[in-house]
Design a binder for this molecule. Structure first.
Ligand code: MG
Length: 234
């Protein structure tokens, strides 16, 4: 029996990666004199990966990586005006209202009376909290967990906090690496939302998680028949 359902937020409940892609393209256009689009994007990704352990996830840390990429790619020739433009791009990202995917609200409305629902999302506290608020979906969730990382230990802590044993815990998200496999590794139920957009960073799977079993759904409303099937089996 399922006793707690957890949802990833970015690119699971609402779009997110599209905004990052748009900004990456703007940066590549801005730095066209210093390298091809592919070169700039590769450099940005490497900068983000280098900064991740210190800056963490979220828009503000992404913004610092945009600035660092501009400085490095231009061999420090980037103008102050361009840096100001990047700051404007970051501000735009922070205030952009991300679209909730079709069928998401109906799915949550149907599940909320039957199960406690929570969000587990990575990123910056203020930034993620604002997204939940703007989505209009907060009312369906019993808790919002904003975490620095999504590893086995993170999920273990959350299960402990909600007094749930792993076999009664279901997590759904668009990242196998972060949302699904660590939960399955602990003995929980992992549901992979097969979404076309995922950040390159999320493609790298922990080798010890490679062969773990999980469920796949093409869109969030498909979670309802899957849960019914799982409940009938148990
Ligand atoms: Mg996600």
């Amino acid at each position: 029996m399922i006793e707690l359902i957890a949802f990833d937020a970015d690119d699971t409940l609402w779009e997110n990666e599209v905004l990052y892609i748009k900004i990456q393209e703007q940066l590549a256009d801005m730095l066209a004199d210093y390298g091809s689009k592919e070169e700039i994007q590769k450099r940005l990704f490497q900068t983000e990966m280098k900064n991740l352990p210190l800056f963490g996830y979220g828009i503000k840390s992404f913004g610092l990586s945009l600035i660092e990429t501009a400085i490095q790619a231009s061999a420090q020739r980037i103008s102050v005006e361009k840096i100001a433009e990047i700051l404007e791009m970051i501000r735009y990202m922070l205030t952009y209202n991300l679209g909730v995917y079709p069928g998401v609200e109906e799915t949550l409305k149907q599940l909320a009376p039957c199960y406690p629902l929570i969000i587990i999302t990575k990123g910056d506290l203020l930034d993620q909290d604002l997204k939940v608020e703007n989505s209009g979906l907060r009312q369906y969730f019993k808790g919002i967990e904003i975490v620095a990382k999504k590893e086995e230990q993170t999920y273990r802590n959350i299960m402990k906090q909600y007094h749930i044993s792993p076999d009664h815990f279901l997590m759904v998200g668009n990242s196998l690496r972060s949302d699904v496999l660590p939960v399955v590794a602990l003995g929980g139920i992992g549901v992979y939302l097969e979404n076309a957009v995922a950040w390159e960073h999320e493609h790298h799977i922990d080798p010890s998680h490679q062969d773990l079993p999980y469920h796949t759904i093409p869109s969030l409303p498909e979670l309802i028949p899957l849960i019914q099937k799982l409940e009938n089996q148990s």
